[in-house]
Design a protein around this ligand. Structure first.
Ligand code: NAD
Ligand code: UFG
Length: 338
């Protein structure tokens, strides 16, 4: 049976997607260099799926390793999550980000085409819209100026994949622009495992709740939003994972290039999230108002209409599930996978 190669499959979104893919009857092979993931994820994936999933600890920049995998496994499609993703770190280490994300993807695409594999789903981000020209953001919204090297790698990789498709229409390319993924698998066995102090809102909140951090700093309360704090489109990671399974339908011959937003279409402010988390979990989250964080925008939420119409995908989970499941994961794994 033809297989799906999941790059970065030991990571947060990749691991949840692997569970959904196996539930949908797909055969999966994982490659991950474990630069931002734990080997324990693989045991837990086996526990959750009952499947022995072939795993290669290798870097996507390693052409020989990739070639070995494509020779050995019958890969039909690639879901490409592998990449570095910390916004602040990317400002300090631009070379490392461009090398990992761009060189890595170029190497992957080259090895794919040499083996006649021309189907790819790529993890893009709402960050490519920059400060969006309008909300709700549709896929027609022009791409914007990114505020950090991480964002540029996503924007540039989208362009690279579009150009590859233009030059060779045998490719089927799906660009999925994720909004803000949070939540975890219902079992509490896999979830987000940030290194050090989390940059993102939900893991910060759950670490306050579990007592690892003292209080949340709310970055700015003077944005033009309903309560002055930043508004985002949070999406349950299980919905995001399901979106990848649906997107496989756009890898059939002649599908070409397709771009989809994956979000719920609803915007919640930082204080909305704090309140929802408190109500859903019974934890109090102390916070203080801090200055705005550089590079942040006021409001970002999408129109998920295109994904609904063309993929039949609609987010199932609301903010309560997102908060409960983030907490379920954090409270059962206070130190993540460590
Ligand atoms: P993650 O860090 O948990 O997962 C990425 C995985 O890729 C990790 O397991 C890491 O070890 C692996 N990896 C990194 N570089 C590699 C390389 N050169 N070779 C092999 N493996 C490598 O991140 P995530 O949150 O699961 O994100 C997955 C993808 O989605 C990333 O491309 C990210 O940029 C994108 N994305 C994430 C978000 C978000 O908020 N989490 C939003 C938009 C887009
Ligand atoms: N925030 C705080 N305090 C914190 C962390 C975040 O107030 O400690 C606020 C931010 O200012 C923002 C909101 O919470 O208003 C969400 O911030 P996140 O860092 O969780 O998410 P971002 O929207 O800034 O960015 C995330 C990813 C990016 C990705 C983008 C769109 O980090 O990589 O979503 O998908 F590009």
């Amino acid at each position: 049976m033809a297989k799906i190669l999941v790059t970065g499959g030991a990571g947060y979104i990749g691991s949840h997607t692997v569970v959904e893919l196996i539930a949908a009857g797909c055969e999966v092979v994982i490659i991950d260099n474990l630069s931002n993931a734990s080997r324990k994820v693989l045991e837990r994936l086996q526990e959750l799926t009952g499947a022995e999933i072939p795993f290669y600890r290798a870097d996507i920049r390693d052409r020989d390793a990739l070639t070995g995998i494509f020779k050995k496994e019958e890969i039909e499609s690639v879901i490409h999550f592998a990449g570095l993703k910390a916004v602040g770190e990317s400002v300090e280490k631009p070379w490392e980000y461009y090398d990992n994300n761009i060189t890595g993807t170029l190497t992957l695409i080259d090895v794919m085409r040499k083996h006649g594999v021309k189907n790819i789903i790529f993890s893009s981000s709402a960050t490519v819209y920059g400060d969006p020209a309008f909300v709700p953001i549709t896929e027609e919204c022009p791409k914007g100026t990114c505020t950090n090297p991480y964002g540029w790698t996503k924007s540039m990789l989208e362009q690279i994949l579009m150009d590859i498709y233009t030059a060779d229409n045998e490719w089927n390319v799906v660009l999925l622009r994720y909004f803000n993924p949070i939540g975890a698998h219902k079992s509490g066995r896999i979830g987000e495992n940030p290194n050090g102090i989390p940059n993102n809102l939900m893991p910060y909140i759950t670490q306050v709740a579990v007592g690892k951090l003292q209080k949340l700093r709310v970055f700015g309360n003077d944005y033009p939003t309903h309560d002055g704090t930043g508004v985002r489109d949070y999406i349950h990671v299980l919905d995001l994972a399901a979106g990848h399974v649906k997107a496989l339908s756009k890898l059939s011959p002649g599908s070409g290039l397709n771009i989809y937003n994956l979000g719920t279409g609803k915007g919640y402010s930082v204080l909305d999230i704090v309140k929802s988390f408190e109500v859903a979990t019974g934890n109090e989250i102390p916070y203080e108002i801090a200055p705005r964080r550089e590079g942040d925008i006021a409001t970002c939420y999408c129109s998920p209409k295109k994904a609904k119409e063309e993929l039949g995908w609609v987010a199932q989970y609301g903010i309560r599930d997102m908060c409960e499941d983030s907490w379920n994961w954090q409270s059962h794994n206070p130190n993540g996978y460590h």
